[in-house]
Write a protein that binds this ligand. Structure first.
Ligand SMILES: [Zn+2]
Length: 169
C-alpha cells in the first residue's frame, strides 16, 4: 500500500512562538523563530529554507516568462525563401571600367560554373564565380543580360530579373 503517505507527520512546535514551525513565518517575531529553529531543529530549519528558495526561483522564472511573453513571439532569424529573383548590378572597376554582378542564379537551379562560362563566351570577356551565388562579368553587360538570361534560361522571365543599378564604390 501507499508508501508515499507519511502521515501522521511529526509536528514540531516553535520554542519561540509555540506555533507549529510551518506557521512561524506568520509570527511577528519570525526572525527570533528562525534563530530558535536553527539552533534547536537545524534539519527542519534547512527544509524550510529550501522550500522558500524553491518558491523564490519559481517566482523569478515566472517573471522571466511574463517578460518574454510581453515581447511577443520572437521571429525566427532563419531567412525565409522569398520569391526567386536574379539581381543584376553594375560595379565600378578601375577608373573607367565597370563589371556586372549577377546574383540569384542558384535559386533557379542553375549551375554557376556553367552560367559563368556561358557569360564569358557570350560577351567575350572574363567572368568568374565570386560567391555562393554570385558571378562577376568583366564588363558592363547589364542591359544585355535582360535579354540574354531569359533567352538562355527560359525559366527566368525578365520579370524575375531585378536591376539593382550601380553599386557605390
Ligand atoms: Zn516560531
Amino acid at each position: 500500500m501507499g508508501t508515499t503517505a507519511r502521515f501522521p507527520l511529526v509536528v514540531h512546535y516553535c520554542g519561540n512562538c509555540s506555533l507549529p514551525i510551518e506557521y512561524c513565518e506568520y509570527h511577528p517575531e519570525h526572525d527570533k523563530c528562525k534563530q530558535w529553529l536553527e539552533k534547536n531543529l537545524p534539519d527542519e530549519f534547512e527544509k524550510i529554507l529550501n522550500v522558500n528558495d524553491q518558491l523564490d526561483e519559481e517566482g523569478a522564472e515566472e517573471k522571466k516568462r511574463q517578460k518574454r511573453g510581453g515581447k511577443g513571439v520572437v521571429k525566427s532569424r532563419k531567412k525565409e525563401e522569398g520569391p526567386k529573383v536574379v539581381n543584376i548590378s553594375r560595379a565600378p572597376r578601375g577608373k573607367k571600367k565597370s563589371v556586372t554582378v549577377v546574383q540569384g542564379l542558384s535559386s533557379f537551379d542553375i549551375d554557376l560554373k556553367v552560367a559563368c562560362k556561358f557569360f564569358g563566351t557570350k560577351f567575350a570577356c572574363g567572368s568568374s564565380v565570386t560567391g555562393d551565388d554570385e558571378i562577376v562579368i568583366q564588363g558592363d553587360v547589364k542591359d544585355e543580360l535582360f535579354d540574354v538570361i531569359p533567352e538562355k534560361w527560359p525559366a527566368i522571365d525578365e520579370d524575375f530579373i531585378e536591376d539593382l543599378g550601380d553599386q557605390k564604390r
